[in-house]
Design a protein around this ligand. Structure first.
Ligand code: COI
Length: 366
């Protein structure tokens, strides 16, 4: 095999200051989302001319950046999110990492960053999780959240793609994204802001999209909602996605509706898994333009009986209410519906190894 097709080796350089078992157990005892990090991180560097090199796993710790580092000025950055799950036999698995690798490469192309080969994306995750396996929690609903990311690390203020790029993976033992767990959340539909526009970066997983969502997300929080929901920038009528997750509706006939993918919507890995499960359950699945006015009318009339958000971090989260300026809608009876509850169970049963993985979605890490 040529070196072109062989995965790089992430050389492990163990930290000199690992947390003690007691410290780790304390950290794992009370988990929230994304606050605690493991002892190591995976890393590689790309430079124009040399390509990717210096693949390694090293001590987790602060990065030293020149104030002129390009990402700090022009936001040339992308990221991914996936999870490692502890199964009852102690083994550790992740979910559809090839899909995340493909999306990471697509995001890299859009942000003029160098692509990382799929083998190296998965190799970095394997190397990090095998080094920090003891950090994968086993309490119900917990996981090790994995955050691969890549950024322009060249010190240069000219506006052009950077000639040096750093790739890292960090890992965070985490509980549910929403502190309320599997219970209905309220969504704020903003008409003041859009997440992305035609020709923009909406389909890429880049930090800039999330930066643009923070002010509307703050508006959502100020109005007692957990997430903001965006309408399309071109017409201001079509439902697109939430701040950090995709959105689905279930109607009284059992059919499922979600916005069709466009250049302004992020193609969620959980979204595509949900579509597959729903179709295999015999449901009619519509990926189509979803005018919010139509959805609101169908919620009011009782034709739409359930709504849920989905994403790696959110998994499947029931939506109880949609609010906005002059808008206050309760979906169904406001509680988690049977379809949402069943879907959450089906997906998490596969992820946590409680059900057979008939799709071949799980990838063993340790
Ligand atoms: C994820 O679901 O992994 C996300 O990236 C959403 C959010 C935490 C940014």
């Amino acid at each position: 095999m040529s070196t072109e097709t062989t995965a790089a080796t992430f050389e492990v350089r163990p930290t000199s200051h690992p947390r003690t078992q007691t410290e780790r157990e304390q950290a794992l005892a009370d988990l929230s989302f994304g606050k605690v990090f493991t002892d190591h991180m995976a890393r590689a560097v790309w430079t124009k001319g040399e390509g990717w090199h210096d693949h390694r796993v090293e001590a987790y710790g602060p990065l030293s950046l020149d104030p002129a580092t390009a990402v700090l000025h022009y936001a040339q950055e992308i990221f991914e999110g996936l999870k490692a799950y502890r199964h009852a036999d102690g083994s550790v698995w992740t979910f559809r990492p090839h899909a995340n690798a493909a999306r990471f490469a697509a995001s890299a192309r859009r942000l003029a960053l160098p692509e990382l080969r799929e083998a190296d994306f998965i190799g970095s995750i394997e190397a990090l999780v095998r080094t920090d396996t003891e950090w994968v929690p086993d309490s119900p609903g917990s996981s090790l959240y994995l955050r691969p990311f890549m950024f322009a690390s060249e010190s240069f203020l000219g506006v052009r793609p950077a000639h040096r790029v750093d790739y890292l993976v960090i890992a965070s033992p985490s509980g549910p994204y929403f502190t309320s767990g599997f219970s209905p959340v309220s969504i704020w539909v903003t008409t003041d802001f859009h997440r992305s526009g035609p020709g923009g970066t909406g389909a890429a997983k880049c930090g800039g999209n999330y930066a643009a969502s923070l002010l509307p997300q703050q508006q959502a929080t100020d109005n007692g909602c957990s997430q903001v929901c965006f309408l399309d920038a071109a017409t201001g009528t079509l439902l697109e996605e939430l701040g950090g997750m995709n959105v689905f509706f279930v109607d009284a006939d059992g059919a499922v509706h979600t916005p069709e993918l466009t250049e302004t919507i992020l193609a969620g890995v959980t979204r595509s898994s949900v579509l597959r499960i729903m179709a295999d359950d015999g449901r009619t699945v519509y990926e189509r333009p979803l005018p919010f006015a139509e959805i609101a009318e169908q919620i009011r009339s009782g034709h739409i009986v359930e709504a849920f958000a989905c994403g790696t971090a959110a998994v499947v989260t029931p939506i109880g209410q949609f609010k906005g300026t002059g808008l206050d809608l309760t979906v169904g009876d406001g509680g988690p519906g049977a379809v949402t509850t069943g879907l959450h169970a089906k997906l998490t049963d596969v992820q946590y190894g409680r059900a057979e993985d008939t799709y071949g979605w799980m990838h063993r890490l340790a």
